[in-house]
Design a protein around this ligand. Structure first.
Ligand SMILES: [Fe+2]
Length: 418
């Protein structure tokens, strides 16, 4: 048998993925230089800049009124998008996640990081034990948990994250599915089998979307602050389930030099004086299951945020993957289409590029809400195609945006089997 068939190469990639998941990324603590990557001091600085006289992150509960902690957390999550933070983070990803985690560049990093503040003695704020897969993340996505306060001592264990190895996690999740366990039963069972991560700034935990993890009530009397985020490799860009590249993951430069020379931010989009049209379709594998009214809500919200006018809305024709309505908007009406996503574009490379080049030639501006991307220049076309390529659009192993699980495949086959 020809060993170079696409099926075989997909299986050997899967073997490499399984090997990586069950070794390097199986809830493993990895060291980094906290002076080179002072995430803890950066976050402390941001909190102080917001006017809180905080000296130590473990004292947040004494300095920030409880009613303000949620707002503070949301602000810190948003701050992780600031250029100076992104530069430090991207460098960290290249050196630690790629370097020590054996990932293969290009890689993409979660767009908005999670910054979490875990106050002491707050049983009402505990997130139940879970896995990434159960929350719609794909098998190939990698998680990094980074404590910004010291939870390395045994007496700090309740402030740390609790985790279970991948092999046992797989058994336990299967057990929970088979026995239809409640959230309480899962918390009890998973909590009993978990172990705390004895970590502090200078250490991160690499883990997979299959490692069960969660928290207990923090009874240390100290606040715990942590950051967590995900990284995805280009080679497994179609194994990210509902967390779609470009919307959820942003590609980062492969080297520090590329990062330095990268053009700053997106260019300002000129007003071309053409009317905007809302365009909705259910014709691609990724938009098939997204109801028109939900796409419409996203588009309307986007227009409000960006202060964009719009004249009317057009629908794509069902069962016509060559997208004649979009073609009509671009080639004949010559209006600016606002699409729900880049994954609402034609799946075949050639007709898609043809259409997008026609939009550029006609001086149109296309907007893609889910990814916050714009097509107004040749450079934008390269970016959009880069993300579609990352996700293996048109060639993905599962429809982009659907979870890759045995149960999902069985559920879908109920309708597709003839
Ligand atoms: Fe989680």
């Amino acid at each position: 048998m020809d060993d170079s068939s696409p099926g075989n190469s997909a299986r050997s990639i899967d073997r490499a993925l399984e090997q990586s998941l069950t070794t390097t990324w199986d809830a493993r603590l990895v060291e980094y230089d906290a002076n080179r990557f002072p995430f803890d001091r950066w976050i402390l600085g941001r909190i102080r800049a917001m006017g809180y006289p905080l000296e130590d992150l473990t004292e947040i509960h004494k300095v920030v009124p409880p009613a303000e902690v949620y707002r503070l957390t949301k602000q810190l999550c948003a701050d992780t998008n600031l250029p100076e933070f992104r530069r430090m983070l991207n460098r960290f990803v290249r050196e630690i996640a790629v370097g020590k985690g054996g990932l293969v560049p290009p890689v993409a990093v979660q767009r908005f990081l999670n910054v979490r503040i875990m106050l002491p003695d707050r049983p009402d704020t505990i997130f139940p034990f879970h896995t990434g897969l159960l929350y719609g993340h794909g098998i190939a996505s990698r998680s990094i948990w980074m404590p910004l306060t010291d939870v390395s001592a045994p007496e700090s264990s309740t402030a740390s994250m609790q985790i279970i190895g991948i092999e046992r996690s797989r058994e336990l999740v299967q057990y929970a599915i088979d026995h239809r366990l409640s959230v309480e039963q899962m918390s009890d069972l998973f909590g009993r089998e978990s172990r705390p991560l004895m970590a502090k700034p200078g250490m991160v935990c690499f883990f997979t979307q299959e490692n069960i993890h969660g928290n207990f009530v923090n009874v240390t009397g100290k606040s715990r602050v942590s950051i967590d985020f995900r990284v995805a490799e280009d080679r497994y860009g179609d194994l990210l389930a509902r967390k779609i590249p470009a919307g959820y993951f942003h590609l980062i430069p492969d080297t520090d030099e590329e990062e330095e020379s990268a053009e700053a931010g997106p260019a300002l989009v000129p007003d071309n004086g053409r009317p905007n049209i809302h365009y909705i379709n259910n014709n691609t594998s990724s938009t098939f299951g997204i109801p028109a009214h939900l796409q419409r809500y996203m588009i309307l919200d986007y227009c409000r945020q960006k202060n964009l006018n719009y004249e009317f809305e057009l629908f794509e024709l069902e069962d016509m993957p060559h997208l004649p309505t979009l073609d009509h908007v671009i080639r004949n009406l010559k209006c600016n289409p606002i699409l729900y996503s880049i994954f609402a574009l034609p799946e075949d490379d050639e007709p898609r590029n043809d259409l997008l080049r026609a939009a550029l030639r006609n001086g149109l501006i296309m907007r893609f809400v889910n990814e916050d991307l714009v097509l107004a220049s040749d450079r934008d076309l390269v970016t959009i195609n880069r993300y579609l390529e990352f996700a293996k659009f048109g060639r993905s192993r599962m429809p982009i945006g659907l979870p890759l699980s045995g149960r999902g495949e069985r559920m879908l086959s109920r309708w597709t089997a003839r």
